[in-house]
Design a protein around this ligand. Structure first.
Ligand code: NAD
Ligand code: AHE
Ligand code: ZN
Length: 369
């Protein structure tokens, strides 16, 4: 079938709205009509050409929501009309990773997904006879996409697509990092570096679990008001300080953070996030994605003296199990998504949405079809 898509033909070039061809779902695959998709910083990272898994031409996008149109042979858990959120971390429930409660990193289709192909090693997308790669197993910058059954979370029918699409990445990543990865306890002092689409969800997750101090760090003072609305208790702009940011945070927390989160993708900030943690027990979680070739460093003494460095993908969430629950939290008014979606635009304006992100305006732009 012919479908509308924003195609990334080359790294560093604007996306192009084109009519592309999409083959129907094969065994274990599902055709989904995408109704809405967010734009995450990771899409911009891949488009920049710095992502070693960024292969072109491709259809990017990994924060979507839509409706099942057709299922391929053998698909049992979904049927046409179901509402779904595509998952860039699938959940096959069979591999050794899925069977281990310590991780959410299902590996059953990771290799082909990273190559931009479906699990059988081929693409369903093409343009004028040329193969177009999938992206992160989701390719939500298209009006229709084909996704493996194990990469779809079935959600309730009354949830608005232009809000819950954000649960496909940012909301789950931020809140999940607090609950699943760090397991922040009530009364903890938390520091969040980067108050964008991910960091603000870390803030609302920390508030949900009853953290004491929730300190937000950002070089853009325009982020302060919304972060406070979501639960931030203190704002720190490193550029407005007359002392080192780490020393300032250690002083503010009377010895260091119990938990810190890096939500930027800057390896220098990752070091600050570790070193502002409390001696003996502080845990720092890396969420931000840094390009290949970038490395983190610290004095090993920081770890010897009890600080712990860890990372998280998709907030440690097992998507088919956890995403429908997060949709319920939104529908029950337990989490705020509406205030974080600062613009909704038609897919035709996707390059403007990327520009808005690069200019640091708003939080999330959602594109509709
Ligand atoms: P964003 O652009 O919305 O937010 C980044 C924020 O960091 C902005 O508010 C910006 O002002 C701030 N910032 C930039 N440099 C800073 C500095 N030196 N000190 C303090 N603040 C600074 O981006 P996002 O969509 O929230 O994504 C954040 C990062 O998380 C990206 O690297 C993205 O790729 C990554 N990410 C990771 C996962 C995962 O599963 N691990 C999931 C989603 C996104
Ligand atoms: N291809 C990138 C990997 C970037 C990365 O770490 N992606 C995160 C999700 S970011 C969503 O916005 C992730 O899920 N990682 C686990 C995985 O298996 O990819 C690179 O830099 O190589
Ligand atoms: Zn993302």
């Amino acid at each position: 079938m012919d479908v509308k898509a924003a195609v990334a033909f080359e790294a560093g070039q604007p996306l192009q709205i084109e009519t592309v061809q999409l083959d129907g779902p094969r065994a274990g695959e599902v055709l989904v009509e995408i109704k809405a998709t967010g734009v995450c910083h990771t899409d911009a990272y891949t488009l920049s050409g710095k992502d070693p898994e960024g292969l072109f031409p491709a259809i990017l996008g990994h924060e979507g929501a839509g409706i099942v149109v057709e299922v391929g042979p053998g698909v049992k858990s979904l049927q046409p009309g179901d509402h779904v959120i595509p998952l860039y971390v699938p959940e096959c429930r069979e591999c050794e990773y899925c069977l281990n409660p310590k991780t959410n990193l299902c590996q059953s289709i990771r290799t082909t997904q990273g190559q931009g192909f479906m699990p059988d090693g081929s693409s369903r997308f093409s343009y004028k006879g040329e193969v177009i790669r999938h992206y992160m197993g989701t390719s939500t910058f298209a009006s229709h996409t084909v996704v493996p059954e194990i990469s779809l979370a079935k959600i309730r029918q009354d949830a608005p697509f232009d809000k819950v699409c954000y649960i496909g990445c940012g909301v789950t990543t931020g809140i999940g990092a607090v609950i699943n990865t760090a397991k922040v306890e009530p009364g903890s002092n938390v520091v969040v570096f980067g108050l964008g689409g991910i960091g603000l969800n870390v803030i609302q997750g920390a508030k949900m679990v009853g953290a004491n101090m929730i300190i937000g760090v950002d070089i853009n003072p325009g982020k302060q008001a919304l972060a406070e609305k979501l639960g931030m208790t203190h704002f720190v702009n490193p550029q407005a300080l007359d002392q080192d940011v780490v020393a300032h945070l250690v002083e503010l927390t009377n010895g260091g953070a119990d938990y810190s989160f890096e939500c930027i993708g800057n390896v220098n900030v990752m070091r600050q996030a570790l070193e502002c943690c409390h001696k003996g027990w502080g845990v720092s979680v890396i969420i931000g994605v840094a390009a290949a070739g970038q490395e983190i460093s610290t004095r090993p003494f920081q770890l010897v003296t009890g600080r712990v460095w860890k990372g998280t993908a998709f907030g440690g969430a097992k998507g088919r199990r956890d995403v429908p629950q997060i949709v319920d939290w939104y529908m029950d008014g337990k989490i705020n998504i509406d205030d974080l979606i600062t613009k909704v635009m038609p897919i035709e304006q996707i390059n403007e949405a990327l520009d808005i992100m690069h200019r640091g305006e708003g939080v999330r732009t959602v594109l509709t079809f």
